[in-house]
Design a protein around this ligand. Structure first.
Ligand SMILES: C[S@@+](CC[C@H](N)C(=O)[O-])C[C@H]1O[C@@H](n2cnc3c(N)ncnc32)[C@H](O)[C@@H]1O
Length: 542
């Protein structure tokens, strides 16, 4: 029997936090708490390069070759451990050699006898950590910095891959990632690490909890708390100092994802996903209009400016997904869920009245929905998505009612980042984008190149209007648009050019071919088109 279109989309009322939380099967919680083996980190020995031009200082060729060798057999075969990843991905650079403590304006606990073997970072000499009024420390430009400039490449001080804690009985708790990272910090704890973390935010333990206690499995939560307490047991610090360090992890950790913007093969890199605490990058404050974006190659995380910055300007990253940055303010602040209220220019503006009044209902496009959609035959998927984009989600709750109409977005014009029907049903711009991507891929599978091309163009137009400049998604959309144009035997040069140029700006150096070769190879176009596309892309410099 044909499934009804509406079965895939459910509604959720006025509670954004629950939108994308997949339902999990309860795990059996074992009472046994593992004893962690301690491996203290010597931060006195950490150093890096300070240089005018980070992009040219880093030895990308060595890094790329090492990365290709790491992922060549299949990351899925072995359970990769973070320590193995670090050894496999060398950071080599040049510039002036600077101990980490010096760069942070601190004195090392002991005089470093020798620097560690490999550098920990490469940082631009055009940025400096300074006081940011009302925000603590922040990174500032000390001279003009152009858009598309790589300002920092850094390896975390302490990090963990998600696969390393995914089998724990508490893995489904909402704060499992930070708990796991906190335990790793306890494992690496040393006097020099304690000294380094002294200047991290917050200076005192906070009272904000990240756990969404209403939805939590209490048994799993207790097991997680026991595991955390046990990992800190051996550390000679007051309870309040231990709590503060866990807050340091929660408020400073950054996730790292490799090739996550790509569509056709990003899953191959999922085992490299993790999170870490970075000594230098933890100085970036948040803005909903960020001027810096980041990408990772394994744990090595790079920060690139997306606009020209004059001397004295603060550099900001975003702590929330870039597609969320144009969502209503109330949703942005729920998604941010930190210890501060953002005061960036868009946060100074009120939400439009129609999004503030009445009960809002969001159309959910979460992972289970996407998985179900992917099981539909392509033709049906296209129809289902088209209907969803028009607000036809007559699920059980509203079976008796007229399907609400969601205004079809005009991707060519700036809209509010959320689409709203008369009945207050909202399709967030970010979710509309996810649907359109699935639709465009299905159209390509069906060989409906012209419609697919139009959809990729719409996606790109949305990214241009609603995401920060040079969003990484632009390269993806332009690449697929170029492939469709080539299938149509139309002029693809503009799309190819956009793909390469937007990628260069988003990633701070020319690595399009290296990063996108497999994305193209695994696309659903013909072999001839793949070849034709790749022949227009500059080859890798060896
Ligand atoms: C990763 S740290 C950033 C560096 C931090 N300012 C410091 O002094 O170390 C994150 C913390 O900085 C502060 N922060 C970041 N962005 C902010 C903003 N836009 N407004 C106010 N405080 C902010 C918050 O206290 C947040 O928890």
């Amino acid at each position: 029997m044909k499934q009804s279109k509406s079965q895939f989309f459910s509604k959720t009322s006025d509670d954004f936090a629950s939108i994308s939380m997949p339902q999990s099967t309860p795990k059996r919680v074992s009472k046994k708490v593992k004893q962690l083996k301690r491996t203290p980190l010597d931060c006195d020995a950490l150093w890096g390069w300070q240089t005018e031009d980070v992009a040219s200082a880093v030895d990308w060729n060595t890094l790329q070759k090492a990365f290709d060798a790491l992922v060549a057999p299949s990351l899925w075969a072995d359970k990769l451990k973070y320590q193995k990843l670090v050894q496999a991905l060398p950071l080599r650079a040049s510039g002036s050699k600077t101990p980490l403590f010096d760069l942070l304006g601190r004195t090392a606990v002991k005089k470093p006898e020798e620097m560690s073997e490999s550098p920990h970072f490469a940082v631009s000499s055009a940025i400096a950590l300074q006081e940011s009024p009302g925000k603590g420390r922040g990174w500032f430009a000390t001279k003009t910095i152009e858009a598309g400039t790589l300002v920092l490449v850094e390896r975390p001080l302490v990090a963990l891959l998600d696969v390393e804690w995914r089998d724990e009985p508490w893995a489904d708790c909402s704060s499992a990632d930070t708990a796991a990272l906190g335990m790793e910090l306890a494992k690496s704890f040393s006097r020099s690490l304690a000294s380094l973390l002294e200047q991290f935010h917050p200076k005192e333990p906070t009272s904000i909890s990240s756990a969404d206690s209403e939805d939590e499995d209490i048994e799993a939560l207790t097991a997680m708390e026991d595991a955390v307490a046990s990992s800190w047991k051996q550390i000679d610090l007051s309870e309040s100092a231990k709590r503060r360090l866990q807050d340091v992890v929660r408020l400073n950790s950054l996730g790292f994802y490799t090739n996550s913007e790509q569509l056709c093969h990003h899953c191959n890199f999922l085992p490299l996903t993790g999170s870490g605490v970075f000594a230098l990058a933890s100085g970036f404050n948040h803005s909903c209009e960020p001027s810096v974006q980041r990408f990772s190659i394994g744990d090595l995380t790079a920060f690139v400016t997306n606009q020209k910055l004059e001397a004295g300007t603060e550099l900001h990253i975003t702590y929330i997904e870039s597609e969320m940055l144009r969502a209503p303010k109330s949703l942005r602040s729920q998604s941010l869920n930190r210890d501060f209220t953002c005061s960036c220019p868009p946060c100074g503006l009120d939400d439009p009245p129609e999004l503030k009044t009445g009960r809002r209902t969001f159309m959910r496009v979460d992972a289970p929905v996407q998985a179900k959609l992917s099981l539909l035959p392509p033709e049906e998927r296209v129809e289902t998505i088209a209907a969803a984009l028009q607000g036809q989600m007559d699920d059980e709750e509203d079976a008796e009612e007229e399907p609400p109409e969601v205004d079809e977005e005009d991707a060519g014009e700036a809209t509010k980042g959320a689409e709203k029907s008369e009945k207050n049903t909202v399709l967030l711009g970010k979710d509309a984008q996810e649907l359109r991507v699935a639709q465009a891929m299905a159209l390509m599978q069906l060989g409906r190149w012209e419609e697919a091309l139009q959809t990729w163009r719409q996606l790109a137009a949305f990214a241009c209007h609603h995401c920060p400049p040079y969003d990484e998604a632009l390269a993806v959309f332009a690449t697929q648009a170029a492939l469709c144009a080539l299938e149509m035997k139309a002029d693809a040069s503009q799309y190819v050019k956009s793909a390469i140029e937007s990628h260069r700006m988003a990633f701070g150096f020319d690595c399009f071919r290296w990063r996108y070769q497999r994305e193209v190879e695994e696309s659903s176009v013909s072999a001839g088109v793949k070849e034709s596309f790749l022949s227009r892309v500059p080859s890798r410099t060896e």
